[in-house]
Design a protein around this ligand. Structure first.
Ligand SMILES: Cc1cc2nc3c(=O)[nH]c(=O)nc-3n(C[C@H](O)[C@H](O)[C@H](O)COP(=O)(O)OP(=O)(O)OC[C@H]3O[C@@H](n4cnc5c(N)ncnc54)[C@H](O)[C@@H]3O)c2cc1C
Length: 419
């Protein structure tokens, strides 16, 4: 690859991580590369225009990844250290504490914070990553890629320039149309819609907690309120969500008074989240990473962006940029993520059965309560839910834990006590 030009389309986490991994691997091998990142957004801007719309929870898996690249997240980018999830069910609250200090999670803003700012501007996570990629030798081209054509090799076209590329890395996520010409055969992932909003965090609302809600309004898979310094992000996943769903959610969950009767929306959006892998995500001289390729179901998308980018760039540097190289050295990683999501899907299905059955729900609530008084190592159901909410354990591990004797025994005791 010595002397090669790599064009990375998209400067969100996947694009910046691809550049950082690539430049590190190239340096280790004494290889010179020209790495261009095409990204039209200014991530320091407040509001949706500067933001890759997301709940902004960074998993411990991702934080370990940042460490491995020698990146330390600046203090001002961390909006909250999150120590607990509070699960709200029919007026009851079950608190799940972080199972161990090594499993740290934090919240960040992807862009410059809510559109309507109160006080000091917010420091952006995506801005930090892109700046790091540039500090390590990448060049940021502040432009949208309109088209990527094939003419013996990929050619990247912006409104005013064209760039011949030895490798194109597609890191455009799932919230805009991928600019590859049909000749590449790329078919993007299937998506579901989410609704997001930002409000002020009332002084009485915990500053280190994520609160999760289910069932209401109809069609909601889950809703989360994430503490972010002086703000709270509201993030809803489900079927047929619109911006109005957020106010329905607040009303139907009875949150009006706790949130300061009719909280003012400071920002809002309805982004898409990837729920299935892309169909053809690599070929000769091109590869997709992050959401544009495959991501973990509902969780830790930024962590997935880190690890898909790492695997794809290792393949490129160690095996070359042919379709065969990506098939041999990258596809297995993506298949592994997609297979793990099948376990995730089963876990979420079981969870929705529990929510739909008063008996199971009573047993589960009883189990969570009795586990709370046991040592951390014995709280099986707490560990399962923490893993499902944060994405910091594989779904496969959590699934086998859930159907194992420890978990079923604990549930049976919970059911017995709750009769
Ligand atoms: C509501 C919601 C909540 C979420 N919450 C979390 C969470 O708490 N934690 C977590 O880890 N993940 C979360 N995710 C998932 C996470 O947002 C994604 O997995 C992650 O952003 C993927 O990174 P990416 O770089 O692949 O894509 P993106 O972040 O979408 O970045 C793509 C970039 O490509 C640029 N781009 C697009 N088209 C072009 C073009 N033609 N030319 C140049 N640039 C282009 C865009 O401007 C953008 O900057 C959430 C997702 C949603 C929708």
């Amino acid at each position: 690859m010595d002397g090669a030009r790599v064009c990375i389309v998209g400067g969100g986490p996947a694009g910046s991580f691809a550049a950082l991994h690539l430049l590190r691997l190239a340096k280790e091998r004494g290889v010179q590369l020209e790495v261009l990142i095409f990204e039209p957004r200014d991530f320091s801007r407040p509001g949706p225009g500067g933001c890759n719309r997301c709940a902004g929870i960074l998993s411990s898996r991702l934080l370990r990844g940042l460490d491995s690249l020698g990146l330390s997240l600046p203090k001002e980018a961390i909006q909250a250290e999150l120590h607990a999830y509070a699960v709200y069910l029919d007026g009851q609250v079950v608190r799940i504490e972080r199972p161990d200090p090594a499993r740290r999670i934090v919240s960040v803003y992807r862009g410059g914070g809510p559109r309507l700012q109160v006080g000091e501007p917010v420091s952006s996570f995506d801005d930090f990553l892109l700046a790091q990629a540039c500090a390590h030798g990448a060049q940021h081209i502040h432009a949208r890629v309109h088209h990527v054509e094939w003419a013996d090799r990929p050619v990247v076209l912006t409104a005013h320039e064209h760039y011949d590329a030895d490798l194109v890395v597609l890191a455009t996520g799932v919230n805009s149309r991928a600019p590859l010409s049909p000749a590449f055969g790329y078919r993007p992932p299937k998506t579901e819609s989410m609704a997001q909003d930002e409000i002020m965090r009332p002084a009485s609302w915990p500053a280190d907690q994520v609160s999760v809600f289910f069932r209401k309004p109809p069609g909601l898979t889950f809703g989360a309120l994430i503490a972010k310094g002086r703000y709270l992000s509201i993030s809803l996943l489900g079927r047929g969500l619109t911006r109005d769903t957020v106010s329905d959610f607040i009303e139907l969950q009875g949150l009006d008074s706790a949130l300061g009767s009719g909280p003012t929306s400071l920002c809002g959006c309805t982004p898409r989240i990837a729920v299935r892998p892309a169909q053809k995500y690599y070929g000769n001289r091109w590869v997709a990473v992050g959401d544009a390729a495959v991501t973990r179901l509902y969780k830790d998308g930024i962590g997935s962006a880190f690890y898909t980018a790492q695997s794809a760039m290792q393949a490129a540097v160690q095996q070359g940029v042919s379709q065969r190289a990506f098939q041999d050295a990258y596809a297995a990683h993506c298949r592994h993520v997609a297979r793990d999501n099948l376990y995730g899907r089963m876990l979420f299905r079981v969870w929705s059965r529990v929510l739909g059955s008063p008996t199971l729900l009573r047993a589960w609530t009883g189990t969570m309560r009795s586990e709370a008084s046991r040592p951390a190592g014995q709280r099986v159901h707490h560990r399962i839910l923490w893993g499902m909410f944060t994405g910091d354990e594989l779904y496969r591990q959590l699934f086998w834990l859930a159907v194992g004797p420890g978990s079923l025994g604990s549930l049976a005791r919970g059911w017995w006590n709750a009769r």
